[in-house]
Design a protein around this ligand. Structure first.
Ligand SMILES: [Mn+2]
Length: 498
């Protein structure tokens, strides 16, 4: 435990101490968080912490905070009348909006922001005292840490919970589910930084187990043949999507797929059976991919949540985070929060949403495989499919590159023109792989620069952007979307040429 606290930068510990004080002092608390797996996990951590502290509290997931949605947040806060408002997994890039709309509300005495996204501008005041009100912004990137790999939004929320009470150590499981949802584990190569420290803490308290195992989705839940049939990371030529071939794969290796009447899962296999199966999978990969690292990536760190029920999605960090994403992407993030809080009815509902989510993803990917499913532009690939909803566009373009439906030599940009609730804004989402980022592509910088240029030239707010170098997003006034895309394409093409 001592060692754990020492791994947190001192300047960050100081803010966490102050924020913990605000939590203890508060009577009524409103918490807002993002709708992805990390945001949902963060919100569940905060809700459980508040519950255990005996606070009156209210929580809500918000798709994104922008100049439009902050008005609803403001209304919610005015109605609930909290003295403390907590934002998690967003807030840093929206700090001006938060100050303008929330800090001024009469009952609100303090605001705590727990974010890990790169700050928009260098604002050096992380704690600002404004007319006797307190705003504490805790963001690892202000303290020399990486918000992409060292710690996530849920991890930052977990730190606060731990500073409030050491009894919250069990919430380490949700911290890692959030980090997994944000792909902070270098795609299965393993967690680093504070994430690693949190895992060690979870291991020593018995809540988490770390194993080197197959990194595929579904090792705890999928029948053996379906584990391969639905494999997309990597796509297994000859096996993915080919049911008969998947049966034959195990038969040829002499591995029983059933025990009695029940399908076996990967976790039911003996170590010797796993070894044989892994060799078989590696052979398939080596036959079809040039890069030997793809075969190595098949084995990696997998995390087991030892206190959650076996053979369910909640047993593994990877499957849990996918379950939560499914809730968020189907516009039911609150179901995800309740699953984290161990509500059994929510779990049943969540599994239905996961099924729906998989069906949506599969049909979106199928449309990309058709002729003209995506467009080639200078410096990027464009997905502009009116049937793919804004809630899954980011995952779809990521999976499309992961499964090589779209080539990976340029970033892929997805746009959704008909966004939720007839919003005047179009949504844009971008993904670039690590190789491109190493070559100097930073999608967040490109999106923000283009947005700022457009806003300045037109002297009004046309686009807002944010995110990370390899995954970024933007909201743009629909009339300016095509201009925005052209500018992004030009800038990316220029960067790829140098
Ligand atoms: Mn996050």
């Amino acid at each position: 435990m001592e060692h754990f606290y020492e791994s947190i930068p001192e300047s960050m510990s100081e803010l966490l101490l102050n924020a913990a004080k605000e939590v203890r002092k508060a009577k009524r608390v409103s918490a807002f968080s993002h709708i992805d797996a990390d945001g949902i996990s963060a919100l569940a951590i905060i809700a459980l912490m508040l519950e255990r502290e005996g606070k009156e509290y209210d929580w809500k997931n918000v798709h994104q905070i922008n100049s439009e949605s902050i008005l609803q947040v403001e209304e919610d806060v005015r109605e609930f009348k909290p003295d403390l408002v907590i934002f998690s997994d967003f807030g840093t890039g929206q700090i001006e909006l938060v100050k303008e709309h929330i800090l001024n509300i009469e009952d609100v005495e303090s605001i705590v922001i727990l974010d890990h996204h790169l700050p928009h501008d260098e604002n050096n005041d992380s704690a600002i005292d404004k007319s006797s009100k307190t705003l504490i912004e805790i963001n690892p990137s202000h303290h020399g840490l990486s918000g992409s790999y060292d710690i996530s939004g849920a991890g930052t929320a977990f730190l606060l919970a731990l500073f409030v009470s050491q009894d919250n150590i069990d919430l380490s499981e949700l911290a890692i589910v959030g980090a997994t949802g944000d792909l902070q584990d270098y795609y299965g190569r393993g967690f680093v930084g504070l994430n690693k420290e949190i895992i060690e803490l979870g291991q020593s308290s018995g809540y988490l187990e770390l194993m080197r195992d197959l990194t595929f989705f579904g090792i705890h839940t999928r029948p053996l043949p379906y584990l391969l049939m639905y494999a997309t990371d990597p796509y297994l030529p000859g096996l993915t999507g080919a049911e008969e071939a998947c049966y034959a794969f195990y038969q040829d290796l002499g591995i029983e797929m059933k025990s009695g009447d029940n399908w076996r899962t990967w976790m039911d296999l003996e170590p010797s059976e796993k070894q044989v199966a892994i060799q078989g999978i590696i052979q398939v990969v080596l036959e079809h991919y040039e890069d030997p690292r793809i075969a190595q990536g098949i084995i990696g760190d997998t995390i087991v949540l030892s206190h959650r029920p076996p053979k369910t999605e909640m047993r593994s960090a990877k499957e849990f985070s996918t379950l939560l994403n499914a809730c968020g992407r189907n516009r039911r993030p609150e179901v995800g929060v309740r699953i984290c809080m161990k509500d059994p009815e929510a779990f049943v509902e969540g599994k239905n949403l996961l099924q729906q989510h998989r069906a949506n993803l599969a049909s979106a990917l199928r449309r990309l495989e058709e002729d003209g499913g995506f467009k080639e532009m200078d410096g990027m690939y464009l997905v502009d499919d009116p049937e793919t909803p804004d809630t899954i566009i980011g995952i779809v373009i990521g999976m499309a590159q992961g499964s090589m439906i779209i080539p990976t030599d340029r970033p892929v940009i997805g746009v959704v023109r008909n966004t939720t609730g007839d919003s005047p804004l179009a949504k844009l989402s971008g993904r670039a792989n690590r190789r491109l980022v190493k070559r100097g592509i930073n999608l967040k910088d490109v999106f923000v620069e283009v947005a700022e240029g457009l806003n300045e030239r037109n002297n009004t707010l046309i686009a807002e952007a944010g995110g990370h170098p390899m995954a970024a997003g933007a909201f743009i006034q629909k009339a300016y979307l095509d201009e925005y895309l052209t500018l992004v394409s030009q800038m990316l093409a220029k960067k790829l040429r140098t």
